[in-house]
Write a protein that binds this ligand. Sequence first.
Ligand code: DGL
Length: 261
Amino acid sequence: MIGVFDSGLGGLSVLAAIARALPRADLVYLADTAHVPYGDKDDAFIRSRVLRIGRHLVDQGCGVIVVACNTATAAAVAAFRESFPMLPVVGVEPGVKPAAAASRSGRIAVLATASTARSQRLAQLIRQHAGSVRVDVEPCPGWATRVESLRLEDPDFVEEARQHLAPLLAAGVDQIVLGCTHYAFLCPTLEPIVAQRASLVDVADAVARQCVRLAGASARGRGQLRLLATAQPERLDAALPALGLTWLRNRLSDPTRLVVA
Ligand code: DGL
């Protein structure tokens, strides 16, 4: 069984890629909705949440854990791996490397939560993989919360996104990295804004491939899915159609449950 978690709905974009790549794997998705968003919390708090949620998923029998959250990976994946040294753990980091490799203009941008944007881990990722390009790191406060509210294509957000992206596009940025798993669900708004000028870079499929490599026996099951949440579990199941993920319901084995973690 594979455990996947995020602060809320964002990690469902990663879960969907894993579900497509591993049709027989049993999957558990845990949304820490009692504490969403993580992006405006401090590192110590995020670490304590990641350790609690991870422990809960391990106790449920998960043999692989996917931290389907850039913010949690940046703040806590090292501590998590230290606490569970034998456990395969897959983190999610902004696709700086593929974006730098694909850029023709030599300018890329990373859209991320405030926490990821200021993280040492992102700075290191940029130093390692994007030495030859200029990288603009753009915090996007409120964007993850917008996804949680499912108001994805409101005119006020279209305008806000346009204003946020316009200076980047004007400066010649041609790769825009979605450095938060929630932002994948904003693509219908972001795509027409960037149009032919830039590509949006998402790593969900790459994360799923890494999961396939590490999963081993954890990928052999009945192809079932359980959804868990630390608050308002009914919102998770209800969000699937709005996020274009109705098909995941075919794998649901139980109603979405509340967990205390
Ligand atoms: N989806 C998460 C990420 O990838 C966290 C968003 C949030 O809770 O602020 O960063």
